[in-house]
Ligand binder design. Structure first.
Ligand code: ATP
Ligand code: MG
Length: 436
């Protein structure tokens, strides 16, 4: 029978790669919580209309990237292509804004019908945050510095924060007009997509990836020249506060973000290590979004970070977020030893927080040790005929390759306590890497 493959642009994640993802997700979640953000989870699919209204009809996402289907009840549904609109939907549905400003983070899949390539998938995963209820520049800076903490924490080379403001309802129409006037005389030189964008949303031509558009975009007027007084003041404060907390940035008047709902601050963290898909994190302020989805006028600011792109950067920089060595492999040699080790394994798993694995297939001791090493176990308990006879186990430090013998024949409780004490006494990973 022919085999069935995973859909194009999707990937399976399995050990040890899944442990890397878990480590990354745990880390970004911990940083978000340190900033006072709580986790939000929303459904994988929503009414199509949410994204049409919340992302904007003239965006790549809505125009060509959504996975949309009609369910058996005849409703149009769409797999989540981005998180901000669903988060706002949930916020309004549960009236969370009545409790005051909200700080939320998320980690999970997005679905976009794109041409798959390195760093671009049809099912990708994002970590992101949304901060609702603060119009002032402090919130912009909080959000940017959280992303900065995540990326700087890994000490990644070549990551630059690009910062811009795209104005608001007062000054953006002026900018749109200025862009229109710049591009319209050269309409025929633009890509087919950008010829359409020219009428609907000329800002998005600046965001275009086609080379023919890039050339004309280089000479376009910059938004910073036309900002209204309030937007210019907001932008100056954002910059001053970033300076005050030591977050480095470059002003980049070319970044506009693909989504329609952004106002004022927009930013991207770009890596020189990622090739064509160089943006690892993108975000900004979207003061009009909550009202446009039927809620009370509420300012918001947030970002989305691509987990796959972050993993790619870590891999290229040789900084894979390898989980610390953790856990015990029980290596019982022979049928009798294997049977005798079952109560000890069960007792160690029950109530303890140390992962315990064991091989039941009777592999040779060398092979079992090798597998335990590959599975990133910290220690091994070895029980052979001699140990069985003497009521002991050999407890081996898989990193330092040293071992001790522990007595286990008095009582199960005493044996478990002895094993736990041995495990807890193994040197911490930092001390180990210095020692090795
Ligand atoms: P791009 O210009 O690369 O298409 P975008 O503007 O569509 O990005 P956003 O919607 O702002 O991206 O998403 C935020 C981040 O999520 C991106 O910077 C990127 O790291 C990641 N991301 C978005 N789409 C994908 C995808 N199809 N595959 C992998 N990562 C993605
Ligand atoms: Mg895109």
């Amino acid at each position: 029978m022919s085999k069935i493959a995973a859909p194009r642009g999707t990937a399976d994640t399995y050990p040890p790669e899944s442990a890397r993802r878990q480590a990354l997700e745990a880390r970004v979640g911990a940083i978000a919580r340190r900033f006072g953000y709580g986790e939000i989870r929303t459904p994988l699919f929503e009414s199509t209309e949410l994204f049409v209204r919340g992302v904007g009809e003239a965006t790549d996402i809505v125009e060509k990237e959504m996975y949309t289907f009609v369910d058996k009840g005849g409703r149009s549904m769409t797999l989540r292509p981005e998180w901000t609109a669903p988060v706002v939907r949930a916020l309004l549905e549960h009236n969370l804004l009545s409790n005051g400003p909200q700080r939320l983070y998320y980690v999970g899949p997005i679905f976009r019908y794109e041409r798959p390539q390195a760093g671009r998938y049809r099912q990708a995963h994002q970590f992101g945050i949304e901060c609702f209820g603060f119009a002032g520049p402090e919130a912009d800076v909080e959000v940017i510095s959280l992303a900065d903490d995540v990326l700087r924490g890994y000490d990644l080379p070549g990551v630059v924060l690009h910062l811009n403001s795209i104005g608001d309802d007062v000054c953006r129409p002026r900018y749109r007009q200025a862009l229109y006037d710049h591009f319209a005389p050269h309409r025929a030189l633009l890509s087919a997509d950008s010829q359409r964008r020219l009428e609907r949303n000329p800002l998005r031509i600046l965001d275009s990836k086609s080379p023919e558009d890039r050339a004309l975009a280089e000479t376009a007027p910059t938004v910073l020249d036309v900002l209204c007084t309030d937007c210019a003041a907001h932008f100056a404060q954002v910059r001053a506060l970033l300076d005050a907390i030591g977050v480095a940035y470059e002003i980049d008047p070319r970044i506009v973000r693909g989504l329609d709902y952004y106002t004022r601050t927009v930013f991207e963290f770009v890596s020189s290590d990622l090739g064509a898909q160089s943006t690892v994190c993108a975000g900004g302020r979207y003061d009009g979004l909550v009202a446009s989805l039927g809620g009370p006028p509420t300012p918001g600011v947030g970002f989305g970070m691509g987990i796959e792109r972050l993993l790619m950067m870590l891999e290229r920089a040789g900084l894979e977020p390898l989980p610390e060595r953790h856990g015990i492999a029980v290596i019982a040699l022979g049928d009798a030893a294997r049977a005798a080790s079952v109560p000890l394994i069960a007792a160690l798993r029950r109530g303890g927080d140390v992962p315990v694995t064991s091989d039941y297939a009777g592999a040779k001791v060398g092979n079992q040790l090798k597998r335990a090493d590959r599975a990133n176990a910290r220690g091994a308990l070895i029980v052979g005929d001699d140990e069985l006879r003497e009521g002991t186990v050999v407890a081996r430090d898989l990193v330092l390759r040293s071992q001790v013998t522990l007595a286990v024949s008095d009582s199960l409780e005493a044996a478990v306590a002895r094993v736990r004490a041995w495990y807890a006494g193994l040197p911490a990973p930092d001390a180990v890497s210095e020692a090795v």
